[in-house]
Design a protein around this ligand. Structure first.
Ligand SMILES: C[S@@+](CC[C@H](N)C(=O)[O-])C[C@H]1O[C@@H](n2cnc3c(N)ncnc32)[C@H](O)[C@@H]1O
Length: 516
């Protein structure tokens, strides 16, 4: 029996709608993007273009495959290149940059000038790079002693094509709309074809990387998304489904240091609702500042001294109950609880602190772990966790001290040497970080994240061959693991790290070819 034509047609339409809805769900789950019915035409256009790249002759078969396959990072990258909106330009929304220049940076720079001179800014969803380069230009203008600072401008995006353009740093007039003349004159060179290339001093201030806000970890020492003073995430979350946008804001809150700033576009203000983010008005726009979780207690609990420069030296940390000297913690000074009490209570307390750390409750995690440390001062695992807590809060000197203390108690733990390397790297102590990574690999030649980190560091030092060797080592070790194996030092699965390394090597090769 055949159905009447009208019913046939409505069955076909509702089947088609169901498939589009499935695709919509997939895109929301893997990329965060929202395509409500009124934007299905955009979705169709994007998927038709992606279908060719995926090798499908017709869009219908491509969609069937997309909704039934377990898509890899590479395939998500392809979809992202066609589905994302990369509209951007230099110093977009001038009021945000005015607030950065007049309100946010002066305070931050004043605080840091007397200390470690570190400043960390993240442009998340940086598209073709105009936003992070604008930040770098502003910092270059504001800091006459720039070489004495360790500035991080991390710029990430899900669209690899946009990132490639960002890394090249060459722009046409359209990227300069609304910009004053001094920008082109002072910070760009003219190319033969009449475009503008960012000057090398500005280019080298920005680190570009692939990062999917929905699937990649943050905060994470592996990708440097921890301890941010300022996060720019403008004109990104407005395209997200609300559940994913909420998760991103929660993640940013964990990435920000206490007092750190989140900058969204004026159209995204209604999306930012978080008890720890206080909205304040600056030059007519709303910016969000992270409040401390609880009143600070750490100073009372654990006074610390500036760490020594050499990673292998234990810095002295003195309190009534905790005493350390140059040889490591002096465990004889405090009354020790009964051994059985420590053995029974410690793992549970550690787990509690770890859970608080993973939930981003750093102040509470710190309180729990310092309680544990005052009961057992030789607990290297607890010291390492305390170092990670400090690193995530942007307190790098304290992180360094506790990591060094952990190493002095347990010199043979490769993971702690790896953590030390990441802290040193963030402090700009690249040579020392390389030494620590070599220690880590000496103790455990199979420590994959250390191979990856060493590859990344030596690549920045211009040692392409050595970098490639480390990336290859990491890949061949990962090849022996299950994709879903968890790598605790990296905070991601083996499969994900494989994809990240492959795309790092890919970006390098493409970049090398375009230069050569
Ligand atoms: C309109 S651009 C914004 C550029 C810049 N922030 C600005 O305001 O001028 C939005 C960017 O967000 C990126 N994006 C979208 N979804 C993302 C995700 N899940 N993870 C990371 N970036 C994403 C897009 O690729 C695109 O480059």
């Amino acid at each position: 029996m055949t159905l009447p034509w009208r019913i046939q047609q409505s069955v076909t339409v509702s089947m088609l709608e169901a498939v589009w809805a499935q695709l919509n769900d997939l895109v929301a789950a893997r990329m965060g993007l929202s395509f409500p019915k009124e934007r299905w035409d955009d979705l169709k256009r994007g998927v038709s273009l992606a279908a060719r790249e995926f090798g499908h002759k017709d869009v219908a078969s491509c969609i069937q495959w997309l909704v039934s396959a377990q898509l890899s990072k590479k395939q998500i990258e392809v979809l992202a290149s066609y589905l994302t909106i990369g509209e951007t330009y230099f110093f977009r929304e001038a009021r945000a940059f005015e607030a950065l220049e007049k309100d946010i940076l002066p305070d931050l720079l004043r605080q840091r000038r007397g200390g470690d001179r570190c400043l960390r800014i993240w442009s998340a969803g940086c598209a073709t790079g105009e936003e992070p380069y604008s930040i770098a230009i502003l910092l270059n203008k504001m800091l006459p002693d720039l070489p004495r600072w360790h500035i991080t401008v991390l710029a990430t995006d899900i669209n690899p094509r946009a990132l490639k353009k960002a890394q090249a740093g060459i722009y046409g007039d359209w990227s300069f709309r609304d910009c004053p003349r001094w920008l082109k004159d002072g910070y760009f060179g003219k190319t033969k074809d009449g475009r503008y290339e960012v000057l090398p001093d500005i280019k080298k201030m920005v680190t570009f990387g692939y990062h999917n806000l929905v699937e990649d970890p943050y905060p994470s020492l592996l990708n440097g998304t921890n301890a941010m003073d300022v996060i720019f995430c403008r004109n990104v979350l407005m395209y997200f489904v609300s559940e994913q946008a909420k998760r991103v804001v929660q993640g940013y809150c964990h990435c920000l240091t206490d007092g750190g700033w989140l900058i969204v576009s004026p159209g995204e203000v209604s999306i930012v609702r978080h008890p720890q983010l206080a909205g304040t008005n600056h030059t007519g726009i709303t910016l969000y500042q992270k409040k401390s979780e609880k009143p600070e207690t750490e100073a009372a609990l654990l006074p610390w001294t500036e760490p020594c420069d050499l990673p292998s030296v234990t810095a002295p940390v003195l309190t009534e109950s905790l005493r350390y000297d140059d040889n490591g913690p002096d465990l004889s000074v405090a009354a020790q609880p009964e051994a059985s009490e420590v053995i029974l209570a410690e793992p549970a307390k550690y787990e509690e602190a770890l859970a608080l750390f993973h939930a981003g409750c750093y102040v509470e995690a710190e309180r729990a772990i310092t309680g544990l440390l005052s009961a057992n001062q030789a607990n290297a695992e607890a010291m390492t966790l305390l170092a990670r807590i400090y690193a995530n809060r942007g307190k790098l000197p304290q992180a360094l001290v506790w990591c060094q203390n952990a190493i002095s108690v347990d010199k043979l733990n490769p993971g702690t040497h790896y953590l030390l390397a990441t802290i040193l790297q963030e402090r700009g102590q690249v040579r020392e970080a390389v030494v620590s990574l070599k220690h880590a690999l000496f103790l455990d030649p199979d420590l994959v994240p250390a191979h990856f980190a060493l590859g990344t560091l030596v690549r920045h030092q211009g040692k392409a061959k050595e970098a490639h060797k480390h990336f290859e080592n990491a890949l061949s070790l990962l090849n022996k693991r299950q994709t879903e194996d968890w790598l605790p030092e990296a905070g991601i699965t083996a499969g994900r790290l494989t994809e990240i390394i492959r795309s790092t090597i890919g970006v390098e090769e493409r970049h090398g070819r375009s230069r050569g």
